[in-house]
Design a protein around this ligand. Structure first.
Ligand code: ADP
Ligand code: MG
Length: 358
């Protein structure tokens, strides 16, 4: 039952240690026992260590990290496919960890939907029947199920494919079915574990666009896992970066690109097209009082790439940046924008204008 006051997800002091007797090691890990030590000396695997993430309702939270960093372990705690060793997972204010069997079953059925990398479609069912699958479990009558499924198939661009079987569809189209099936559920929380990682690059970008377009309307709380930084930056309202079971940085795309917390993040960020992530506000010169004469302007929050498009098509040297109410907040020229594209993040960080952005 999706309601519009759904309160989002809070993960608090979450620990997961894999092994026969994990509880006693939580304290040791809190005191600094490393993943390597825990494994070599005590034969246990540190899956997650003191995870704290707040995901507002209607927000796309990306979890990013290399293989083995704990992404799947983390997302599987949200619908309690994994029990934590310690900590809380509050969904809409209710601790999933404390739910009994019946509560958990109802929670999984009505509050969450998952999209998998391997699609998990049933080969002997056609597209429509695959899409309706979750609705059968919810006990809706057939007419309602068909209605709902057809609506979502249409929304993901699969109108006319209802009678096809999964093996007649490309990977991208199968993933669309997976998405339609998850959305038919009408659950407020959508969990996507590397859902797009097996797709070819172009198809993958297509699917990212589909999700972003849909999200404007459905406003679900989406937890999206990826090991791809470009995907993370494009989709995430918030990004959390995991390494060895720990969150090493949380922030917006721009914060992560401009201010990587350490070498690990900096390595991810190095090859990124900053023009698509960084806003003009980060590179503009602050507004000098009196100089504004109206004329051509760019809204604050515009990406560098978009701003460059405006500037190269005009003849002005400097263009004004304006805030929400049209007040001038600064000026920017092509040289400043170009510098932001080609300089290292260390040089960008040294810019005074950034102080107001980060
Ligand atoms: N059931 C398990 N038993 C023991 N170790 C596990 C288990 N599941 C995951 N791990 C370990 O936990 C860590 C995180 O794994 P995972 O969450 O699958 O990472 P990711 O999804 O980021 O690739 C890895 O070191 C992995 O080997
Ligand atoms: Mg994984």
């Amino acid at each position: 039952m999706a309601d519009h006051h759904f309160g989002g997800i809070k993960i608090r002091h979450l620990y997961k240690i894999f092994g026969p007797n994990p509880k006693p090691y939580v304290e040791a890990v809190q005191k600094g026992l490393s993943k390597t030590e825990l494994n070599e000396k005590h034969g246990h695997v540190l899956g997650l260590s003191d995870i704290n993430i707040e995901i507002p309702s209607g927000c796309i939270q990306v979890i990013m990290g290399l293989s083995g960093s704990g992404k799947s372990t983390l997302i599987r705690h949200i619908n309690r496919l994994i029990d934590p060793t310690a900590g809380e997972v509050l969904v809409d204010g209710v601790d999933v960890v404390k739910m009994d069997e019946a509560e958990l079953r109802a929670f999984r059925r009505h509050q969450t939907a998952m999209v998998f990398q391997k699609f998990a479609l049933l080969p002997h069912r056609n597209v429509l029947d695959n899409t309706m699958f979750g609705l059968e479990v919810q006990g809706l009558d057939r007419e309602k199920r068909v209605d709902t499924a057809m609506r979502w198939l249409d929304r993901v661009g699969l109108k006319g494919f209802e009678k096809k079987y999964p093996n007649q569809l490309s990977g991208g189209m199968q993933q669309r079915v997976g998405l339609a099936r998850a959305l038919s559920n009408d659950a407020p929380v959508l969990l996507m574990d590397e859902a797009y990682s097996a797709l070819d690059p172009l198809i993958r970008m297509d699917m990212q666009s589909v999700l972003l377009d849909l999200q404007k309307e459905i406003k679900k709380t989406i937890v999206f896992i990826t090991h791809d930084l470009d995907e993370a930056l494009r989709l995430g309202d918030q990004i959390a970066i995991l390494r060895d079971g720990q969150v090493i940085q949380q922030g917006t795309s721009q914060e992560i690109v401009l201010k990587p917390a350490d070498e690990y993040v900096a390595n991810f960020v190095r090859e990124v097209n900053r023009g698509r992530v960084v806003h003009v506000d980060a590179v503009m010169s602050p507004h000098q009082s009196g100089a504004y004469h109206g004329g051509k302007s760019i809204p604050a929050g515009t990406t560098i790439e978009e701003a460059m498009r405006v500037l190269v098509s005009g003849s002005d040297e400097d263009v004004f940046i304006v805030g929400k109410t049209g007040e001038p907040v600064g000026t920017v020229n092509l040289r400043q924008l170009t510098r932001a594209m080609v300089n290292s993040h260390e040089e960008l960080q040294a810019r005074p204008a950034l102080a107001g952005v980060l």
